[in-house]
Design a protein around this ligand. Structure first.
Ligand SMILES: *Cc1c(COP(=O)(O)O)cnc(C)c1O
Length: 430
């Protein structure tokens, strides 16, 4: 299988080339040039997530150095539980697919762990890979964690000093080699500018094999198909009806993976998107006109996106495949967290709450005609300062997140200057 740029001005590449490049040279995003089609009988009953992922993803990596390692990559990347829970006995058709039981408590663990293991498989001493990530939140933690213990590829994470929470900082600085955390005297834009400058320095970039791990990488999108495959097969086989999905979204990564999985033949019904107050997607769905804009800050901050990067993929592929977009502002997020807890005892993070709210807004007939699967994208503990006052009790961290507080941290302070980042990249032992 080859990969094509959404802008059509770049050469076809292999999966490995697409992973190394991240973005296509014409500025577009890579998409497979053809999709495999699966019949439901192709998948054994009750297959576990890892073997199912490996079967589903095999055609996407056929003929590359990743193919022979794929089963092992999936086994080690997806080694945590994927529960499907029914929070409300009175509504058996509403199920939450909890994607947050990985080591950093958010669904980013699926993509980051898979992508980094691919990088570690293809990197060589003479052909290194360094993932350079500027982060203000979840992605950096998931990438750092995924990189710990890698043998060939490494990760360098930049974050703005004094602008992230104590827990977030821990989650960036607690990973062992080959992970380095750099605390930049500047804001998030300064971190991004440093990363951009490093990529633009072709010698530096080639010397270290610089690449990114953000959500536009096809290597993060593809593995996210796996949990949609697993959940939709399990639900379909139990009741012979294709479940609808409700997906909290910012950059459309998780949602686009669901669109791809459905296009590959998985039993997925309508796909509904839930956003926070950022209105780009709800306005687009209502008017048919796409107008990106600046993002606004909300309680569901991992979805604070005004120009969803994967829209470019969706628009060439299956815009019409999105059944609905519900915009959920902060007041509605708070209300839904509280009501959900009061009525069922379920504690949702602000992102998950947007999808629960979207479900509550479905008309009764639509809600009852099929099972609905809601992506629960983060553990509520990660947003404890917002969630606790709404439910009137304190949250206990799950073991994986509690363990992060107990790990030693290591961080290097740098000024927001390109030569300081270059020196860190060149430093022996990094
Ligand atoms: C990143 C993130 C999202 C949004 O995911 P996209 O794939 O960008 O749409 C939603 N919830 C949480 C907790 C996240 O970290």
């Amino acid at each position: 299988m080859k990969y094509l740029s959404t802008r059509g001005q770049a050469p076809h590449v292999t999966a490995v080339e697409a992973l190394r490049a991240g973005v296509a040279p014409d500025g577009g995003l890579y998409l497979p040039d053809a999709l495999p089609h699966f019949d439901l009988d192709d998948f054994p009953a009750e297959a576990d997530l890892a073997p199912l992922a490996s079967q589903l993803l095999a055609p996407f990596f056929a003929g590359t150095a990743i193919e022979p390692a794929l089963a092992a990559i999936c086994e080690s990347a997806f080694d945590f539980p994927l529960p499907l829970v029914t929070p409300d006995k009175a509504q058996p058709g509403l199920q939450l697919l909890e994607l947050f039981h990985g080591p950093t408590g958010a669904f980013k663990d699926f993509g980051a762990r898979f992508l980094f293991r691919c990088f570690d498989t293809i990197a060589r001493p003479e052909d290194p890979i360094t993932v350079l990530a500027a982060t203000s939140g979840d992605t950096g933690g998931a990438v750092g964690c995924a990189a710990e213990g890698a043998r060939h590829a490494r990760a360098v994470i930049l974050f703005p000093k004094g602008r992230i929470s104590a827990f977030q900082e821990r989650q960036l600085c607690c990973w062992k080699a080959p992970v380095s955390a750099l605390r930049v005297a500047g804001d998030f834009d300064a971190c991004q500018a440093l990363v951009k400058a490093a990529f633009a320095d072709h010698e530096l970039s080639a010397r270290h094999g610089l690449t990114s791990a953000n959500s536009i990488s096809i290597g993060r999108l593809l593995p996210q198909m796996a949990y949609w495959a697993k959940a939709s097969l399990d639900v379909y086989r139990a009741g012979e009806t294709r479940p609808g999905l409700i997906i909290p979204t910012g950059n459309l990564g998780n949602a686009f993976a669901a669109v791809l999985a459905r296009a590959c033949g998985l039993p997925i019904g309508p796909i509904v998107l839930a956003t926070n107050a950022n209105a780009t997607l709800s306005d687009w769905h209502a008017s048919g006109h796409y107008a990106p804009r600046d993002s606004i800050a909300t309680l569901a901050n991992a979805m604070d996106v005004g120009a969803p990067s994967n829209f470019e993929r969706l628009s060439g592929f299956g815009e019409h495949l999105i059944a609905d977009v519900q915009r959920v502002d902060d007041a509605a997020i708070r209300h839904r967290i509280k009501v959900s807890f009061d009525e069922t005892g379920y504690i949702a993070c602000p992102h998950t709450a947007t999808a629960l709210e979207a479900h509550a807004r479905l008309d009764k007939a639509t809600r009852e005609e099929r099972p609905w699967l809601i992506a629960a994208t983060a553990h509520p503990y990660k947003f404890a300062e917002n969630v606790e006052p709404l439910i009137g009790q304190s949250l206990t961290p799950p073991p994986a997140l509690a363990a992060i507080w107990d790990r030693p941290v290591e961080v290097t302070d740098i000024a927001a200057q390109a030569d300081q980042l270059a020196a860190e990249l060149d430093a022996p032992g990094r």
